[in-house]
Design a protein around this ligand. Structure first.
Ligand code: ATP
Length: 450
């Protein structure tokens, strides 16, 4: 690799990122589309486009590596969305998974009572009804008969699949406390007031881990603090500025029905601080409930103490969509390169949808053919874009906007000595790299091993 070559000239003052900018960029570049767009959209549902699906896969991969792959004490699971209705009876969701709902007597709009600052309709100022409890679980029917006996629910959290499998896991996996079970998957909540783009939707993905510990307050305390710190650091490791993160402890009256104490990791969204992740102490609540309702034992045999007990649980529970939105917001930047404004997503290379873009400088002299050959080699390892349309500056800008961290340009010199220029998205600096060292150099720069 040779000395860095002059970079494109960059300057420019920072302008505030807004939700509008993020939503527009997502739509314009195929990251996230409103769902059922041609029919005017369906309230609060979104489709991830070709770039969004890559970003989402990378967020999930980053979580799975951290929580399962690189640890010795966590195993994975992928349980069904539809479960026996008794799961939700036992877990308390049928009874307690509710939000207080109020109606406006004039305009008929509905609101979550806790979102209102005054006892009047925020839309029209009309009188509102007394609040009543509204269950957030979606219902459907299993089989051809649509009656109460065939009612099933779309899961509102992935966690119950883990508790309901506790016996299967302990019997088959030779696990020893403390150990965790991790799961990624869709959850559904019939939210009264969804909004803020993908922050609160009715269909979303979650990444949850139930960490089972000895039923002992000191053990619980130790692991709770451990997981709060681990999870906080994970967001920072993948690019969220620490000053945009904070911890917030739940007050007793806002605790979920299963929780003995919850701390949220909050992020500073353009619309204000909001939850990214919750870390809850669930105690043995869920296993006790399932034992009671199923008649199964659901205990763990402690070989050292020669006793059986139900472990306590620490649960770090996070969505996929909310962190994805936070990563996009924190990465969003605008500056001026060579006198031209650019939007640049300074995403961590591990999260970036496309890792490298390949460009022939000219559309002649064998350069496109050579560039396609390079692309084919890189594609075996990374998501690669190929672009030969327009000026090289324009092509760089297009990639900057979607966060592609590296650009490889094939020029006249490549045809002579098999070297290419490798451009860095953030600094815009370029170095010349031999083609036979390119794969390794890119792997090192993108690398998961950090
Ligand atoms: P909120 O208070 O914002 O409704 P919650 O406390 O009910 O969230 P949890 O039950 O702790 O959320 O769920 C764990 C994680 O799942 C949340 O931190 C969030 O990242 C994600 N999540 C929950 N509800 C939604 C939703 N409606 N849309 C998108 N993500 C969600």
């Amino acid at each position: 690799m040779s000395e860095p070559q002059p970079r494109e000239e960059t300057s420019g003052e920072k302008r505030a990122v807004t939700m509008e900018k993020i939503v527009n960029l997502c739509k314009r570049r195929g990251i996230i589309f409103p769902s059922s767009d041609i029919y005017g959209g369906l309230g609060s549902t979104y489709d991830y486009g070709p770039l969004g699906v890559e970003l989402k896969r990378n967020v999930k991969e980053a979580w799975w590596r951290e929580m399962v792959q690189t640890r010795a004490d966590v195993i994975g699971l992928d349980s069904a969305i539809l479960q026996h209705p008794r799961v939700w009876e036992a877990s308390g969701h049928l009874q307690n998974f509710t939000d207080p709902l109020v109606d406006c007597k004039s305009c008929k709009q509905r609101f979550r009572a806790t979102d209102l600052t005054e006892p009047r309709c925020p839309a029209c100022g009309g009188e509102i009804t007394e609040s009543r409890q509204f269950n957030l679980m979606f219902k459907t029917f299993m089989g051809p008969v649509e009656d109460t006996a065939s009612t099933v629910y779309l899961r509102p959290e992935t966690a119950q699949g883990i508790f309901a499998n506790f016996e299967n896991l302990v019997d088959t996996q030779r696990v020893k406390l403390p150990f965790g079970v991790a799961q990624i998957g869709k959850s559904f909540r019939n939210e009264i007031t969804p909004g803020n783009f993908i922050f609160r939707t009715r269909e979303f993905e979650q990444m949850e881990m139930e960490f089972f510990v000895k039923p002992d307050p000191a053990e619980e305390e130790r692991w709770f603090h451990y997981w709060v710190e681990e999870r906080f650091n994970w967001f920072a490791k993948y690019g969220i500025k620490r000053e945009h993160l904070r911890l917030r402890e739940h007050a007793a009256e806002e605790l979920a029905h299963y929780s003995r104490g919850t701390t949220d990791i909050e992020y500073r969204y353009p619309f204000g601080w909001g939850e990214l992740e919750g870390i809850a102490r669930r105690g043995s609540y869920d296993l006790d409930q399932h034992a009671k309702h199923s008649g199964r034992d659901l205990t763990y045999f402690d070989e050292e103490a020669k006793t059986r007990y139900r472990p306590w649980v620490i649960e770090p529970a996070v969505g996929v969509d909310r962190p994805l939105l936070a990563f996009l917001i924190d990465a969003y930047d605008e500056d001026v390169v060579e006198g031209e404004e650019r939007i640049v997503l300074r995403l961590d290379p591990r999260l970036a949808p496309i890792k490298v873009a390949v460009f022939p400088l000219l559309r002649k002299a064998g350069q496109p053919e050579k560039a396609q050959e390079v692309m084919r080699v890189l594609k075996r390892r990374f998501m690669v874009a190929y672009d030969q349309a327009g000026s090289i500056g324009r092509r760089y800008r297009r990639q900057d906007e979607i966060g592609t961290p590296f650009g490889v340009t094939i020029d006249h010199q490549t045809m002579e000595d098999d070297t290419v220029t490798l451009r860095d998205r953030d600094s815009t600096s370029q170095v010349r790299v031999a083609l036979n060292a390119l794969l390794e150099e890119l792997g090192r720069r993108i690398g998961w091993e950090r």
